[in-house]
Design a protein around this ligand. Structure first.
Ligand code: OMP
Length: 287
């Protein structure tokens, strides 16, 4: 089955839309201060297997407590690559340990010329065995296509991101709007393209811009939206869901990473988010 079909099966089975980010910092595994920038001649660390096992244990603890509430997990590759080869080894093991019915979205925001994107796709799907990836479409369709050649896999393209810098380019008004559609912003044009490119693509729209969530949902009633920025970045779960739930009560994956992984009790935090999602679905006006 295709990625979004499998995602919808998991969402229905767990009655949850929660996407849990697995982004370990050195302090999370007792290595505060690890990763100082080094000169070329600095010797390589010799504690590689210890780092791998600490990362794997950290993730296993969170997955064990949060699995019933998770629609999907989203490890961000940066936090593993930061530990070098041992971190990437841990990421492989962590993805392999997540039950196959729970989709894994590898957050790597890829997008390079086709031949290179092909190699990145091999890394994401061949080595790491992720189910889907996050993508940066700045380089266009040939940078995205290699991630969709396998019909079981899918991608979420950055549309309106959660960070302050998302105002720098994504909001730019494009010249030459049509009389019917009016003026158009860059992020809206990208959303239009991905809707044409493939049904295996969803949109990343951050929880910090409720207007953008509204704009994308009203234009694309069926598109899946990955919605980070809840918890540590201050976005509202309730407002995001009110803006972007589909009529069928699916269609948006609110992402929480630090808000769960750094909670005193990650299991209770995930359950609370899951319960808030159920409440928001129950509260929405009848279609
Ligand atoms: P927390 O702020 O700890 O919940 O982490 C958010 C996660 O979502 C990080 O892995 C970010 O890289 C990612 N993210 C954003 O925060 N904002 C975006 O606009 C897009 C992403 C993403 O693609 O997931």
């Amino acid at each position: 089955a295709g990625f979004f079909e499998r995602l919808e099966q998991r969402v229905a089975a767990a009655d949850s839309l929660l996407c849990i980010g697995l982004d370990p910092r050195p302090g999370d595994i007792g290595l505060d201060g690890y990763g100082q920038f080094s000169e070329r001649d600095t010797p390589l660390p010799d504690n590689g297997s210890e780092i791998t096992s600490r990362l794997v244990d950290w993730a296993a603890g969170i997955i064990e407590k949060t699995l019933p509430y998770a629609a999907a997990y989203k490890p961000n590759a940066a936090f593993y690559e930061a530990f070098g080869a041992s971190g990437v080894a841990a990421l492989e093991k962590i993805i392999a340990a997540i039950p196959a019915e729970v989709p894994v979205i590898l957050d790597c925001k890829r997008g390079d010329i086709g031949a290179t994107a092909q190699a990145y796709a091999a890394a994401a799907y061949g080595s790491l065995r992720a189910d889907a990836v996050t993508l940066n479409a700045y380089m266009g369709w040939d940078a995205v296509q290699p991630f969709l050649q396998d019909s079981r896999k899918g991608g979420f393209v950055l549309i309106k991101t959660s960070n302050p810098g998302s105002e720098d380019f994504q909001q730019l008004q494009l010249a030459g709007g049509t009389p019917s559609a009016g003026s158009e912003r860059l992020f809206e044009r990208i959303a239009e393209r991905i809707a044409d490119w493939s049904p295996a693509l969803g949109a990343v729209v951050g929880a910090t811009d409720i207007e953008a969530l509204h704009a994308i949902r009203s234009r694309y009633p069926d598109m899946w939206i990955l919605c980070p920025g809840i918890g540590a970045q201050g976005g509202s779960l309730e407002q995001s869901l009110a803006a972007a739930l589909r009529n069928d009560g699916q269609g948006i994956l609110p992402v929480v990473a630090r808000g769960i992984t750094r909670a005193d009790d990650p299991g209770a935090a995930a359950r609370d988010y899951r319960d808030a999602i159920r409440a928001a679905k129950a509260a929405r006006p009848a279609a």
